[in-house]
Design a protein. Structure first.
Length: 103
């Protein structure tokens, strides 16, 4: 039997009869948690993980573009997809009827 196991078994023999833990006030690591600490731990554990939801949510779609358009935006460097989206938004905002002009 290991020393660790002996210590655990001895402490179980000397445990209070009602099963409640009594803190001796010496070691802060042995102190029972307060109600507020338990509540904060539960809230932290239950908090939704992952990236925060962006107010400007975008929809993922599959679209085909001509090689010239892709080449142009890719040549602008990292973030080209965002710039492409901004250009399309500007087009729609400035010329709401642009699609009718295409015929």
């Amino acid at each position: 039997m290991t020393i660790q196991r002996k210590i655990i078994l001895e402490s179980l023999k000397t445990a209070p009869p009602n099963g409640d833990f009594i803190w001796d006030g010496k070691d802060e690591n042995d102190r029972p948690l307060s109600r507020e600490e338990v509540q904060k731990g539960v809230e932290t554990y239950c908090k939704k993980r992952g990236r925060p939801i962006n107010a400007n949510r975008k929809e993922q779609v599959s679209v085909r573009y001509s090689p010239e358009v892709l080449s142009y935006f890719r040549s602008t460097g990292e973030g080209w997809q965002t710039r492409m989206d901004a250009a399309l938004q500007l087009l729609v905002k400035k010329n709401p009827d642009w699609l009718k002009k295409l015929g």
